[in-house]
Write a protein that binds this ligand. Structure first.
Ligand code: FES
Length: 157
């Protein structure tokens, strides 16, 4: 989000007090997919709150991200059905393979991982969704191959 876009958005909240922090952060994230340093700085100035305080509040809530999502957004379902069918192992395999944690983006900006609640296709558990495409019955081995395919598509294999 360019600073002028942020300023315009903040203008709508003119006169806002500290209790508007969360709704403002939500609005930025909805629009941008994450909270950039520049956006947080602008909010800090706007609400006259120290940046450290804003980081503190935002990092308390899992919904906020501080890194731009990857080109391929991997959503690992951790709902009950997927959990029972081994989604924890699938998540671990993805983290190990990409060398990032859930909520992070790879250095090449290709992949980001998100842990999500039930995505509504429990009969396909465990499910991983990449940019809206569902992969059913995923295992740690399968997901590694799927990720390799994405990488070779990008010439990174
Ligand atoms: S629990 Fe994963 S799709 Fe329902």
């Amino acid at each position: 989000m360019s600073s002028s876009v942020i300023d315009k958005m903040l203008e709508k909240h003119k006169g806002a007090k500290r209790d508007s922090l969360i709704p403002i952060l939500q609005e930025i994230q909805e629009s941008e997919g994450y909270l950039s340093f520049d956006a947080l700085l602008a909010v800090s100035r706007f609400l006259n709150l120290p940046l450290s305080k804003i980081y503190g509040v935002a990092s308390f809530y899992n919904q906020f991200k501080f890194q731009a999502p990857g080109k391929y957004q991997i959503q690992v379902c951790r709902g009950t059905a997927c959990h029972v069918k081994g989604s924890a192992g699938v998540l671990e395999a993805i983290k190990r393979y990409l060398k990032i944690d859930a909520g992070q983006t790879t250095k090449d900006k290709l992949f980001s991982i998100d842990v999500v609640a039930c995505v509504g296709v429990c009969s396909l558990a465990p499910v991983v969704c990449i940019n809206g495409e569902y992969y059913a019955g995923v295992t740690p081995e399968k997901i590694e191959n799927i990720l390799k395919e994405y990488q070779s598509k990008e010439g990174n294999a």
